[in-house]
Design a protein around this ligand. Sequence first.
Ligand SMILES: [Cu+2]
Length: 358
Amino acid sequence: MLEVTRRRTLQALGLGGAASVAGCASNAPTADGSAATTTVQDTSTPAATDVDRIAADPTDIPDPIDRDEPTEHDITLRSEEVTAEIEDGVTFTYMTYGGQVPGPFIRVRLGDTVNLTFENPESNSLPHNVDFHACAGPGGGAEATTTAPGETAELRFQATYPGAYIYHCAVPNLDMHISAGMFGIILVEPEEGLPEVDHEAYLGQHELYTDKAAGTDGHHEFDMESMRNEEPSYVLMNGEKYAWTPGVHGPAVTAGTDETVRVFFVDGGPNLASSFHPIGSVWEKLYPDGSLSTEPQTHIQTREVPPGSTTIATMNSPVPGDFKIVDHSLSRVARKGCMAVVRAEGEERPEIFDADPE
Ligand SMILES: [Cu+2]
């Protein structure tokens, strides 16, 4: 592992943006946001992929905390620039934490200490870092973790307030890096923990700004102009079109009709707020902005989640079926790929819902 050198990092911040992203970006921005000239390749066919699936598994969440004392966590976050499919036949070069979108779910308890190792491997082409909204300190740790390819940085912080918080990349082109996938959740549980539930799911919404319309076959390159205009080609949950729905990777979570599902939702943005809604249900208990030091709201149909924020919300369905989790700005669902599914299994309850009454 190479030692962190400030000079090398600063050099990379100035020059790194001009390098192509994994060899296939013809318009990667420089530090001042202008387009750089790099190799032009044929993008009418999909590029070779580095990972089979960019969409984070929504059930890959550390277990709820059952502990009375603070502890320390040794956590490694690795920035990875990887090419993957947005949908069949459409590729994009993402920037990620750990090769997935959203990044790994980090779970600690109020008073715990995080010993973070932040890796920017040699195989990357750009500087990266991480800003934790759960970290009380300058930049949420962004400056302390700013690294060029080949460098590693360390950061230590204590979780001094409870809640579900976003973490995200915060280099000068931070909107581009978040749009390319660099965001995730760090959950700081209150001392008394969270109410017990049967299932938990982790979903992250964000926008992709590419040089082609959604659904156009081939390799999509990042497009600075459409990001400047806040006109994304895709709006996604977990980084892929309809990633966690039956037609793609399957439902995000399957629960019994007598069970409760808790959804941890983060809006990476970088620019669009989500109108977060479960079709055919309501959020039974919802913690606005992921705040765990205020009482939850109850029976909420749609809740705005701004970019750079989260919500924690529970749902259950007394009747079986597939419940679509959407941004109720519905063109993003119908045209731009934003949806996940929670499946409920159990006996029909015609006294509650009857699709074919006599
Ligand atoms: Cu980054």
